[in-house]
Write a protein that binds this ligand. Structure first.
Ligand SMILES: [Zn+2]
Length: 340
């Protein structure tokens, strides 16, 4: 099952800042995770650490947390493979690495970046089905309910239902499908204008980059989602003087930005060619994480505390420091967080 897109996640560490005005713990501090015990200021995380650290972030609109940072290894790990219970039957799930990488990276984003977590929680509060299920996964992951994690990710989000006789689900290459189910998290606008007064060209189209935008080379994202007006052939009346540009929606830029990398005939975008900083619709973002397609396997790379870590299945010792990111593996999905 060949998948056209490769993806990479990266993480950068986020600092923590107490909120002077609000004593109420935010949603990150849910009951499934113990209270914060150990907060690292500098970590040597090449080996597994006890998973007992817990952040006690409090929300503070408009600023990212500062100073204190949590060890990445203190967060729970998404299970690789295993099974899910569907209609009282045990169904084995295999080749989940692709899906695991995305879920794990989103979990790190949720745990590491308060702004992103608050944003996701706002969608959860709206009872947006897929996002609500995503947040359930974040919570179940801390609870070691792997079968439940699989149930929510595979059945509730990917909408896959094994048949009565199916005892195994192969999830390889689920990335595109998964990203399209949560695409609503990142909305932008495509603005069009046609000088032909009889033309029925819509002037504003909602776009969801996780689902709708094809990016072969992450370095080109600023040009692809251009904020300056470009003259194009009108897609409605075929005149040569239509105009196109892109913008954020009225709600403004999102605290994180995710896009899949499409690999066609062009020279593949690799880990080594992935920039560290991006300009997306006039806003500056930094690389947080990415997934890599190794051919028959996916891994994720996450930046945290100025170090890069490799997530390679859930084997506890495989969250390892990545000494460089110069590999020729194809990038598959890119995760950015907004610079404040
Ligand atoms: Zn037109």
């Amino acid at each position: 099952m060949e998948k056209p897109n490769t993806k990479n996640p990266h993480c950068s560490d986020i600092d923590e800042e107490p909120d002077e005005n609000d004593d109420k713990p935010n949603v990150l501090n849910d009951t499934l995770f113990p209270k914060e015990k150990d907060i690292e200021t500098s970590s040597n995380c090449s080996t597994e650490e006890p998973e007992q650290s817990q952040e006690s972030w409090k929300s503070k609109t408009g600023s990212r947390p500062s100073k204190k940072t949590i060890s990445l290894t203190s967060y729970p790990r998404i299970p690789a493979g295993g099974y899910m219970i569907f209609q009282h039957q045990k169904v084995t799930v295999s080749q989940t690495c692709n899906l695991d990488c995305l879920l794990q990276t989103l979990l790190y984003l949720y745990k590491c970046d308060t702004e992103s977590a608050n944003y996701i929680n706002q969608h959860d509060a709206l009872q947006t089905n897929n996002i609500t299920n995503l947040v359930k996964i974040f919570k179940e992951t801390g609870n070691s309910s792997w079968a439940q994690v699989h149930y929510y990710s595979i059945h509730k989000i990917l909408k896959l239902s094994p048949t009565a006789t199916e005892r195994n689900l192969d999830l390889y290459g689920s990335e595109e499908r998964f990203l399209s189910t949560i695409a609503e998290l990142i909305p932008i606008s495509q603005l069009l204008d046609c000088p032909n007064r009889k033309c029925k060209l819509p002037t504003k189209n909602p776009l969801f980059p996780m689902r709708d935008v094809i990016i072969n080379n992450p370095s080109n994202i600023t040009d692809i989602l251009h904020v300056d007006t470009k003259i194009i052939t009108c897609p409605s009346c075929n005149c040569k003087e239509a105009e196109r540009k892109y913008s954020w929606t009225d709600n403004g830029p999102t605290p994180f930005f995710i896009f899949p990398v499409a690999h066609g005939n062009a020279v593949p975008a690799t880990e080594s060619t992935l920039p560290s900083t991006f300009n997306v619709l006039g806003e500056n973002y930094t690389l947080f994480a990415y997934t890599l397609n190794l051919g028959d396997h996916y891994i994720a790379v996450v930046q945290h505390n100025k170090k890069y870590y490799t997530y390679n299945d859930m084997v506890p010792d495989t969250l390892q420091i990545r000494n460089n990111r110069n590999s020729s593996h194809k990038s598959s999905c890119v995760f950015l967080i907004k610079k404040m």
